[in-house]
Write a protein that binds this ligand. Structure first.
Ligand code: NAD
Length: 503
């Protein structure tokens, strides 16, 4: 299928792809598949942001009073429309973000899954009832809509991250303004066409319930700094979060930060090594190492180190690298030339810090252009500075350990805290890893790699990963405000804690 055919099938017309030809600040969208230009887009004008945010606020005033199960009906319809458009949107994810076909489809499946989850959730936004210490009194908690939710998303999950947030925000009674990465605006435009179809079938949603704005940090900043934006859900680098978080906090807004990871696996002596190898390879090289949950650090017990490494090297040598649009490709391109440069810089530093490098070269033969690489395995003598830093590329640092205590200590001894796992058949080791003294990450798995989470669990991480939680479990509470209600149905007015105030 040609690029043109993929863009057309996703509903994007030639005119829509060229809105920026006369703009000085046009967003040029290129495909990582071959570097070819896909679009030249006019960004949203900064001056238009107050009106856009004001429209969302108007939508909020109407949407917050729509019964939650009715709000869920819109999300159910969105899920249906996504099912119908899965193939077309998945192909566009491949073209614009460079993910292999099955990962492009998997990303859309994640959108469908969260719509199903949120539809059910729309009938389960439960509060507690609480025993009152006063006679004739009842206490309870109510959960109310918060207000406009801005979603600032990263290039590597160009549409799923919006869906995780939007599906929950909608059933919770909040409008959404989406600012996608300037590297992947086309998948956002195509998603909005799917949204339009769901809205048309729904019938009476307020105008401005779901909006899209285009641009870079300045447009994101307009959302971050607006007091009318109740929630800022920002996914991206720790650098971005360190700017966005304090700005939202300074105006007492709520932020949900989903930032960089530096995910690890511990492979213990009892591990099923064949299973571990499968998990290592998928989580270290899948999406060409450009997942927030990508496996970046591998701690292997010294007794099995060489054996495991041989298996991993063999697996790495068999991986088909190339055009992600071709069936059979497992490693597609990096997002752009700058990412390739960052990878080469990190490998040079690793070598300087005593690392022994296998792979990591640029691939130019047999690929259609773009920034392709062989995945790198780097044997490190210790967890040096470069290992403690997230490089968004397929680099796996491998280190030996002797005691599990040391391995857990090293695993936690990085600034990030997103995902982690252990491969072991030893119950004591597994439980130690999951205990309060074990992994300090938001996600900790046993005999499963660190990436590829299901939407049913809350997703997010600690420390410099930002502390936000999205998606399943009770992450919906992040999109609502909690209200404690005490109701007195007696004829007295007793005060709490036995306080007397008689007059
Ligand atoms: P990035 O930080 O460059 O950009 C992310 C988004 O933030 C973009 O939309 C960008 O325009 C916007 N942005 C940047 N500076 C801003 C500012 N000052 N104010 C407002 N908005 C601003 O990240 P990226 O390169 O697109 O994505 C890769 C990073 O995202 C990696 O670090 C990865 O780990 C992280 N990520 C984290 C998660 C997670 O759930 N924890 C998920 C996906 C990606």
């Amino acid at each position: 299928m040609s690029h043109h055919a993929i863009l057309t099938a996703a509903g994007l017309s030639a005119a829509e792809l060229e809105t920026g030809v006369d703009a000085d600040d046009a967003i040029i969208v290129s495909s990582p598949v071959d570097g070819s230009k896909l679009a030249c887009l006019k960004p949203t004008a900064l001056a238009a942001m107050p009106d856009i945010i004001g429209t969302a606020q108007q939508a909020f005033l109407a949407w917050r009073t729509v019964p939650a199960p009715r709000r869920g009906e819109l999300v159910r319809l969105l899920g249906e429309e996504l099912r119908a458009a899965k193939h077309e949107l998945g192909a566009l994810v491949t073209l614009e973000a460079g993910k292999i076909r099955s990962e492009g489809l998997g990303e859309v499946q994640e959108m469908i899954d969260i719509c199903d989850f949120a539809t059910g959730l729309s009938r389960q936004l439960y509060g507690l009832t609480i025993a009152s210490e006063r006679p004739g009194h009842r206490m309870m908690e109510s959960w109310h809509p918060m207000g406009t939710c801005a979603v600032i998303s990263a290039f590597n999950f160009p549409v799923a991250v919006w869906a995780w947030n939007a599906a929950l925000a909608l059933v919770c009674g909040n409008p959404v303004i989406w600012k996608p990465s300037e590297k992947t605006p086309l998948t956002a435009m195509a998603t909005m066409k799917i949204v339009e179809r769901a809205l048309a079938r729904f019938g009476d949603a307020p105008a401005g319930l779901l909006q899209l704005v285009m641009g870079g940090a300045d447009i994101g900043d307009a959302l971050v700094c607006s007091k009318q934006v109740a929630i800022v859900s920002a996914t991206g680098s720790t650098r971005m979060g360190s700017i966005v978080g304090p700005k939202v906090a300074a105006r007492f807004g709520r932020s949900i930060l989903e930032l960089g990871g530096n995910n690890a696996m511990i492979v213990a002596p009892s591990a099923d090594l064949d299973m571990a190898v499968r998990a290592i390879v998928f989580s270290a090289v899948g999406t060409a190492g450009q997942r927030c949950t990508t496996l970046r650090r591998l701690f292997v017990h010294e007794s099995i180190h060489d054996q495991l490494l041989d298996k991993v090297k063999k697996a790495y040598a068999s991986l088909p690298i190339g055009n992600p649009l071709d069936a059979g490709t497992l490693i597609g391109p990096l997002i752009d030339a700058a990412a390739l440069q960052h990878m080469q810089q990190a490998l040079a530093q690793a070598s300087h810090q005593g690392g022994k490098i296998y792979g990591g070269e640029a691939v130019t033969a047999g690929v259609p252009g773009g920034a392709y690489v062989t995945p790198a395995l780097v044997l490190m003598p210790e967890q040096s500075e470069v290992v403690r830093h997230e490089t968004f590329a397929p680099i796996l640092y491998v280190m030996k350990y002797q005691s599990l205590d040391d391995a857990i200590h090293l695993q936690n001894d990085v600034p990030q805290g997103l995902s982690s796992c252990i491969f072991t058949l030893n119950l004591r080791e597994a439980e130690q890893f999951l205990s309060a003294a074990g992994s300090d990450c938001g996600i900790a798995n046993v005999n499963i790699g660190p990436s590829g989470a299901e939407i049913g669990g809350a997703f997010g991480g600690e420390k410099e990963t930002g502390g936000g939680r999205e998606s399943g479990s009770d992450a919906w509470r992040g999109y609502m405000r909690r209200q404690t209600n005490t109701i007195n149905y007696s004829s007295q007015l007793p005060l709490a804690q036995g306080v007397k105030f008689d007059f």
